[in-house]
Design a protein around this ligand. Structure first.
Ligand SMILES: Nc1ncnc2c1ncn2[C@@H]1O[C@H](COP(=O)(O)OP(=O)(O)OP(=O)(O)O)[C@@H](O)[C@H]1O
Ligand SMILES: [Mg+2]
Length: 286
């Protein structure tokens, strides 16, 4: 096909030899299938900031580290420079996440670089070499659904161990190839430790997966991996191979009122002691 303008720099640089066809035009980006030497890859061309939607919301940005403080200051202002820096940081987030996650053993498309707002990555393909379908386009047996669900949960755990939460995980952002599910679309990935919305987003991601796979294997609807995973993460006990139960003990025991009164009384007593000691010390210095 004719080379789209945004892909021309990659062709000029020799990173892309041929543009084969356009795969999709999503809300945030256009995805093209390209040939690079003997490999077929995907090129994701991001739309301009103005045309993009919710994913830029501040809730996703919180806790993102900006390495350069001059840049951080600029980004907080509404200057043209500040906006450009913010845009670059946003675009880089998906590439950074892909490199980090591939390294951590999460099944994501392998990244091959980022040039002029275009991400070059492995094409996830089906048995015939065509672009793999998304979860929302497949029908699963209950067994398949359970296996895929557990593979996705393992990837979510690996991701969290690498410090990230997807933040927009759903059947529309998971592809299925002959090996199983592959997570895609990560520009909004959330920093797990520096973001106050992290727990909520993790639970939402996991809930979306439970609801989707639960359509094929209803017993999955009774699982509660989100709370379990977050509790382990917060306690510093989450590792890629942590055995999960899918259950979470909600603490519903009524508080022991007598014990509570005792604790309050002893705290009051301690405070009285402290005041007395303070008064005695003051009297001593007079
Ligand atoms: N590496 C890949 N291999 C195969 N297909 C891909 C790949 N990356 C993206 N796609 C296809 O392109 C579509 C759009 O990609 P992606 O979800 O990353 O972009 P988006 O514009 O952010 O999407 P959204 O519509 O969710 O906002 C995907 O749904 C998928 O069908
Ligand atoms: Mg998408």
């Amino acid at each position: 096909m004719k080379i789209p303008k945004r892909l021309q720099p990659l062709v000029d640089d020799g990173m892309v030899d041929e543009v084969l066809y356009q795969l999709m035009s999503g809300k945030e980006a256009q995805v093209f299938v390209v040939r690079c030497g003997d490999s077929v890859r995907c090129a994701k061309v991001y739309k301009e900031a103005k045309k993009r939607s919710f994913k830029q919301a501040v809730q996703y940005q919180e806790g993102r580290k900006v390495r350069n403080s001059r840049r951080a200051r600029a980004m907080s202002k509404k200057t043209r420079y500040g906006q450009r820096e913010q845009e670059d940081a946003w675009l880089n987030a998906e590439v950074d996440a892909l490199y980090r996650l591939a390294q951590a053993g999460v099944r994501v498309p392998e990244p091959f670089g980022f040039v002029d707002g275009v991400l070059l990555m492995e094409m996830i393909a089906d048995e015939d070499g065509k672009a793999a379908p998304r979860l929302d386009n497949v029908v699963l047996t209950p067994e398949q659904a359970k296996v895929y669900h557990s593979q996705v949960i393992s990837d979510v755990v690996r991701m969290l161990c690498a410090g990230l939460i997807h933040g927009d995980l759903s059947e529309f952002n998971v592809l299925v190839d002959p090996e199983g599910p592959v997570i895609i679309d990560l520009p909004q990935a959330v920093n797990a430790s520096g973001n106050n919305n992290a727990e909520r987003m993790l639970e939402r991601d996991i809930d979306n997966m439970r609801r989707y796979f639960g359509r094929f294997a209803p017993e999955l609807l009774n699982t509660d991996y989100g709370k379990e995973i977050w509790a382990l993460y917060e306690a510093g006990d989450l590792h890629p191979h942590t055995e999960l139960t899918g259950c979470f003990e909600h603490n519903t025991q009524a508080a022991d009122v007598n014990e509570l009164i005792e604790i309050i009384e002893s705290a009051k007593e301690e405070e009285r002691d402290r005041q007395e000691r303070l008064q005695a010390a003051e009297a001593g210095t007079d």
